[in-house]
Design a binder for this molecule. Structure first.
Ligand SMILES: [Mg+2]
Length: 278
């Protein structure tokens, strides 16, 4: 029996429930921060928000009688229902937790659905900015959308005018940064906003022109949904060698990638990164 689940409305419901669930916790977090004079409240309250967000997603799906395997940043791989191999739900319940706990209004819920635990098998995706009520969605071969409006990447082809996001947040900065020096020198505006799923959606939406993460640290749980959104918007995401990205979806699986608005700027970025490596 083939189950034809209409996933998009279900993912929207997940987003609503995540928001409901974490709002009171955020208020607590804010009070605590004031008490601590802005010092991060440590591991536990942060984790609690992440875990509650994940619970909201799981409960929403279970409430719909859906069988699925959850691949999550928070609790690893878990199976729900009788036919848990029918659907894979890859989630980062909160992408950008550090922003959230410090009151920086840039974080998202990321959920991707696939029939197999593979990045290129993702058929429905949602990345929801919970602060600005901006929700990016995509379904395979149906385009990518921001709040139901079709999106497309920028036509920017010169780095001299571009906005490029680079995640340099790594203990290996000494190794990684030199590979990017030429690119940084050529690029007009460099950004890093702290929630990679959402930053990838910004490339899909023409808000930025590229986003690069060559740290080898980013998990597939963070990227699975944005990967489909990028592709469906018509932007590109490849390895450092310009090859198609594909990997298994697993909480421990890490990715290195370059995402760009179009082929021209993509090639420029690839060549600049390579030149440093050579
Ligand atoms: Mg997270």
């Amino acid at each position: 029996m083939k189950n034809e689940i209409d996933w998009l409305p279900i993912l929207i419901r997940c987003r609503e429930n995540v928001k409901k669930r974490i709002t009171p916790l955020l208020e607590n977090e804010r009070k605590q921060q004031l008490l601590n004079l802005g010092i991060g409240a440590g591991g536990d309250p942060i984790k609690q928000i992440d875990i509650e967000a994940e619970k909201a997603i799981v409960e929403t799906l279970v409430g719909q009688d859906i069988s699925f395997t959850l691949i999550s940043e928070e609790s690893g791989i878990r199976e729900y229902g009788e036919n848990s191999g029918e659907n894979y739900v890859t989630a980062d319940p909160i992408d950008g937790t550090t922003n959230l706990t410090r009151g920086i209004p840039f974080y998202a819920t990321s959920i991707a659905v696939s029939k197999k635990p593979k990045l290129d098998a993702v058929h429905t995706a949602l990345v929801a900015d919970l602060i600005h009520d901006t929700t990016y969605t995509a379904e395979k071969r149906k385009g990518a959308y921001r709040n139901n409006q079709k999106i497309s990447p920028s036509k920017q082809t010169t780095l001299e005018e571009a906005i490029v996001g680079i995640d340099l947040n790594t203990y290996k900065a000494r190794e990684i940064a030199p590979q990017l020096t030429s690119l940084i020198e050529k690029t007009k505006h460099i950004r890093h906003l702290g929630a990679n799923a959402l930053e990838l959606c910004y490339v899909a939406d023409g808000k930025t022109d590229a986003f690069i993460d060559i740290r080898g640290k980013l998990r597939t749980t963070d990227t699975a949904a944005a990967f489909l959104i990028i592709n469906e918007a018509g932007a590109l995401i490849t390895t450092l060698d310009g090859k198609r990205l594909n990997t298994k979806l697993h909480p421990k699986e890490k990715l290195t990638f370059i995402a760009s608005a179009n082929q021209k700027i993509h090639e420029k970025i690839l060549s600049l990164i390579k030149r440093v490596e050579a």
